[in-house]
Ligand binder design. Structure first.
Ligand code: SAM
Ligand code: SF4
Length: 332
């Protein structure tokens, strides 16, 4: 039962919660976690599944409609399926998704589906074995492709595939990915490289703009915007003009910021609310949940935090400073 609607001080409704369940990962993507994770924080600082369930149920009662489990690599956390089944039972939550690097899917896609997951996003930055290895630090392209097929076979739908496009690495593969989307009826999501890498190697000239990505695709396959526009979605969505299956989405937070329509809020693995990927401050929901605060007081805390949501990110300002925590901790 929805009791209220979370709104920030700029009038944006908050509808979308991303929950990072771990900051650990078995990949070493150079744009995310090139040198591995920071030292492991004490286990008691991490939210338990019961705490994540409690927090998520409160968020849903406040009007959150979409919940995405992410990380780090969410499938690395023990028995993630049991968390999925707890969240899938929350009344009013119709859209539960998970973002994964795909490594564990060949064996576990069906278990996720059986636990109540409806849809999935799988990251894939190259269809070429050597380049995949260079970008992710692991030589497992075939296994991830197998994971995508396992997700399809299990009935997870839609299947989205995320590719971070980085200048000098994989921009020439954009057309190949469009072919891949058509052949396998996949919703491709091309993402601009953001300054959230733990190596702090991001440079503006490494960003391949959403516009260039679109032009590269349209050189092979003309696109038509999907009706209904973008709404609060991060992706500008297109279908193929010739009616082929698959979809293209372009997420261009650097060159075409969509902060004015942002409906997202994030919960880190150690229970901190982040009101923006680029926030400089965090708010400890964990401490509130572990105090004597009642449900009503916890709700008031969340509402007060949402009011502090930043108007926009400042990536393009000369004084921009990368946040201390990286994508793998915040949860992409
Ligand atoms: N490990 C899972 C995965 O790779 O799908 C989930 C977590 S990952 C942080 C979530 C998404 O963020 C992935 O699609 C990844 O490609 C993207 N990502 C990571 N670092 C990024 C960066 N610096 N800029 C843009 N996207 C990034
Ligand atoms: Fe791991 Fe995902 Fe980051 Fe790659 S993008 S290092 S798979 S968390």
């Amino acid at each position: 039962m929805i009791t209220a609607l979370l709104k920030d001080s700029y009038g944006r409704a908050i509808r979308d919660l991303r929950v990072s369940v771990t900051d650990r990962c078995n990949f070493r993507c150079f744009y995310c976690l090139p040198h591995g994770e920071p030292p492991l924080a004490p286990k008691q600082q991490m939210l338990t599944y019961e705490e994540i369930e409690y927090a998520t149920a409160i968020f849903v009662s406040l009007g959150i409609q979409k919940v995405r489990l992410t990380g780090g690599e969410p499938m690395i956390r023990r028995d993630i399926e049991s968390l999925v089944s707890k969240l899938a039972r929350i009344e009013g939550l119709d859209d539960l998704a998970l973002t994964t690097n795909g490594y564990f899917l060949p064996d576990r896609a069906q278990k996720l589906k059986d636990a109540g997951l409806k849809r999935i996003t799988i990251s894939l930055d190259s269809l070429k074995r050597e380049r995949f290895k260079r970008m992710t630090g692991v030589d497992v392209l075939d296994r991830v492709l197998e994971g995508i097929h396992a997700a399809r076979h299990a009935g997870l739908n839609p299947i989205k595939v995320n590719s971070v496009i980085v200048r000098g690495h994989n921009e020439e593969e954009v057309g190949d990915f469009a072919c891949f989307a058509r052949e396998h009826n996949i919703a491709m999501r091309f993402i601009e490289f953001m300054p959230l890498d733990s190596g702090h190697d991001w440079r503006p000239e490494m960003v391949v703009s959403g516009r260039e990505i679109r032009e590269r695709i349209e050189a092979c396959f003309p696109l038509v915007p999907v009706k209904g526009g973008r709404g609060a979605e991060t992706a500008a969505r297109y279908r193929f003009a010739d009616g082929a299956p698959g979809e293209i989405g372009i997420i261009a937070p650097v060159t075409e910021p969509f902060c004015g329509a942002c409906s997202r809020i994030r919960l880190t693995a150690d229970g901190q609310i982040r009101t923006c990927l680029f926030s400089k401050v965090e708010h400890s929901l964990r401490d509130v949940m572990r105090s004597t605060a009642s449900r009503r007081e916890t709700i008031e805390y969340i509402e007060s935090v949402v009011l502090k949501k930043e108007p926009r990110h400042y990536i393009n300002d000369p004084a921009f400073v990368q946040p201390a925590r990286t994508m793998s901790f915040i949860g992409g």
